[in-house]
Design a protein around this ligand. Structure first.
Ligand SMILES: Nc1ncnc2c1ncn2[C@@H]1O[C@H](COP(=O)(O)OP(=O)(O)OP(=O)(O)O)[C@@H](O)[C@H]1O
Ligand SMILES: [Mg+2]
Length: 272
């Protein structure tokens, strides 16, 4: 899979956005990339998928060093997808169907295979209702789903999601979390960047903490969030379930549901 070793990336204005980055996608199935604004999350993703080229260090895909020629990048695109932070950066066509069909058509698939891919992707993101709407009439959350459908239609093995829940309301955020779980259950590897700690805690099995362009910690998600000093150093906050565990001295629950079911069972035995 994708691996970064000692990567440094400097923008043209000399901002060093990544420094000495070691990042390995084999560490988990859903990998979290957490960091505050400007920490370097987007830059790291763009380097991983070959859209930016590091100034130092190396990046490998299936043990082969990334090359920046058309052929190599085209092959990389067949395996690795990105859902950008801003859906407007991703959607090019005015019709939803055509936009989602763009990738599969580019792969040279015939129209019936393209339709199969588009229908599958529309269903996954629950966007069948607005498939005939012009893209410019869609809300931000709907556009985000179209952007994801476009990536799903490519049937990549790995998908990077840059801030998948930014700008979404609570209901759509919940649906997005369910969608990310569904995509993972289909056997795809996900990398999710976010400063929403509850989202990462809920979804990811392994996480990297980025701060000012450097990875200051990485571990299994349930372990990394217990390291309060590390989370504070990254200017982030521990997930609410971790704070409850620490401040009320109750077990550490993975989800809100697990917390309620634990206490419901206890109160049943208490009253009976
Ligand atoms: N095109 C650019 N030119 C110069 N500096 C840039 C450019 N893009 C990003 N940077 C700088 O690189 C650093 C990392 O930015 P990046 O966008 O990767 O952070 P981020 O963690 O994705 O932040 P956010 O949570 O706000 O999306 C920041 O200091 C930012 O100002
Ligand atoms: Mg970003």
């Amino acid at each position: 899979m994708i691996k970064m070793e000692n990567v440094m990336y400097k923008y043209k204005d000399n901002t060093v956005a990544l420094n000495n980055i070691n990042f390995d996608l084999d560490k988990g199935n859903i990998i979290g990339l957490i960091g505050s604004n400007g920490a370097g999350k987007t830059t790291l993703i763009l380097n991983c998928v070959g859209l930016l080229k590091p100034n130092k260090g190396n990046i490998t895909f299936n043990k082969k060093e990334l090359k920046y020629n058309k052929k190599f990048l085209l092959n990389l695109r067949n395996h690795v997808g990105v859902v950008f932070q801003d859906p407007d950066r991703q959607i090019f066509y005015s019709k939803v169907y055509d936009d989602i069909a763009f990738g599969p058509r580019n792969l040279g698939l015939n129209e019936s295979e393209v339709k199969k891919r588009v229908d599958y992707a529309l269903k996954m993101v629950n966007a069948e209702k607005f498939k005939d709407k012009p893209v410019h009439f869609l809300s931000h959350g709907q556009k985000k789903r179209v952007a994801i459908a476009g990536v799903l239609a490519m049937d990549n093995d790995v998908i990077f999601f840059d801030e998948p829940t930014a700008g979404l309301d609570p209901d759509i955020t919940e649906k997005m979390i369910a969608l990310l779980k569904r995509i993972s259950n289909e056997g795809k590897k996900l990398v999710i960047s976010s400063h929403d700690m509850d989202l990462i805690y809920n979804l990811c099995d392994y996480s990297y903490v980025l701060n000012e362009g450097e990875i200051i910690g990485s571990d299994k998600t349930n372990k990394i969030f217990l390291k309060e000093d590390l989370i504070n150093k990254a200017k982030l906050k521990q997930p609410w379930l971790v704070r409850l565990h620490k401040n009320l001295n109750i077990p550490l629950f993975k989800s809100e549901k697990a917390l309620y079911s634990f206490f419901n069972q206890r109160s049943e035995s208490f009253f009976s």
